[in-house]
Design a protein around this ligand. Structure first.
Ligand SMILES: [Zn+2]
Length: 62
């Protein structure tokens, strides 16, 4: 991802992806998850990064 900011006086204070901290479990492999790059919905299964990539393979051209 190319993101250049020239007016960046507050360097180091900017987080491109704030992680949401919590105590979850992967619905697939039951591994403990302590951080997520997004706020999880309580009524939706939560997957760890590995299971995510398994469920959502990189764009598959059909
Ligand atoms: Zn998992």
């Amino acid at each position: 991802m190319v993101f250049k900011k020239f007016d960046d006086r507050s360097r180091g204070n900017f987080e491109p992806r704030p992680m949401v901290k919590g105590d979850w479990k992967c619905s697939e492999c039951a591994v403990a998850i302590t951080e997520l790059p997004f706020e999880p919905a309580p009524d939706r299964p939560i997957y760890c990064r590995e299971c995510w990539s398994k469920k959502r393979p990189p764009r598959f051209s059909r």
